[in-house]
Design a protein around this ligand. Sequence first.
Ligand SMILES: NC(=O)c1ccc[n+]([C@@H]2O[C@H](COP(=O)([O-])OP(=O)(O)OC[C@H]3O[C@@H](n4cnc5c(N)ncnc54)[C@H](O)[C@@H]3O)[C@@H](O)[C@H]2O)c1
Ligand SMILES: [Zn+2]
Ligand SMILES: [Zn+2]
Length: 361
Amino acid sequence: MQQVKAVIARAEGAPVEIVTITVPDPGPGEAVVRVQACGVCHTDLHYREGGINDEFPFLLGHEASGIVEAVGPGVTEVEPGDFVVLNWRAVCGQCRACRRAEPWYCFNTHNAKQKMTLEDGTELTPALGIGAFAEKTLVAAGQCTKVDPSARPAAVGLLGCGVMAGIGAAVNTGGVTRGKSVAVIGCGGVGAAAIAGSALAGANPIIAVDIDAKKLATATRLGATHTVDSSATDPVAAIQELTGGFGADVVIEAVGRPETWKQAFYARDLAGTVVLVGVPTPQMRIPDLPLIDVFGRGGALKSSWYGDCLPSRDFPMLVDLYQRGKLDLDVFVSEEIALTDVEAAFNRMQRGEVLRSVVIL
Ligand SMILES: NC(=O)c1ccc[n+]([C@@H]2O[C@H](COP(=O)([O-])OP(=O)(O)OC[C@H]3O[C@@H](n4cnc5c(N)ncnc54)[C@H](O)[C@@H]3O)[C@@H](O)[C@H]2O)c1
Ligand SMILES: [Zn+2]
Ligand SMILES: [Zn+2]
């Protein structure tokens, strides 16, 4: 075992703390990874606010890349020295989803069996089974996806959560293809990635909706053909107007709130698809949605967990597209920060100042 510095959330709503944690040596099927970069995702803040579950203390951070330092017995997929992006979908190959050849829904994904702990032995709950606001972290070997080692760690680490979730919400869950009309409500890290994914797939038009002008500017850089400031304009009417009066074929909600989901619901064309990739809190309800509208508008109402991605298939491909200049991941890295800056980064995220702050170790 070894001791490293890490960022934890000890109690609901309390500021995060830098502490020393103990990382066990990797057991069977496990790997210890020396973290090089880890993005600050809104989901880390959800954990801190008690919005995911109450298994405090959390070891935060989950959008990371790094170098495999050591592997446990029986590990064949990676070896020490490999450059990897960490994922929270190490598929089991045996559950009912895996058996029906839909491993992106795997219901029994692998995490490390051993626990990382505080110095007093208190067990930590790693965010999304990763916990990478840490100099080193212990994961299941299947959570390590080998990618091109010449890629920039801060940029490709973001594929580990938000950017993959956004791209996948569009192309995997939403089925966005060439010529489909797409609207994305909420253009933070996840929504901006949904725009980039829609552009890669050849969608047209691609309508970005946000209440923040800076987010809309970045969305344009990533391929949005139109922008709607929904703090000033009714987004449903605007999306309909930009799509011949009909609504978009695919509308992606990347905020995680009932009112924006309802906007997505009504901004979609008949037989269109709504994709919810934003994460609501357990308290949220959709008020007054006539069931006849659900029936009468047809189509599909979907949720997207991690962009329905398969890390082993999607990460290396997206890193290659990045390396070839086809997918701009650098634009997502608003700033590089130290491990001590995570609390400040949460505040900047809440003020809407960044797409992603990325901790560099
Ligand atoms: N489903 C998944 O697998 C998955 C993965 C990662 C993150 N998420 C979730 O996706 C959501 C977005 O994450 P993020 O990291 O991009 O967060 P973020 O804070 O970077 O972005 C949120 C964006 O929504 C905008 N916004 C807020 N209220 C709005 C409104 N009323 N109308 C329009 N836009 C509004 C903000 O201006 C901001 O640009 C979060 O709920 C996060 O937990 C889901
Ligand atoms: Zn499975
Ligand atoms: Zn995340």
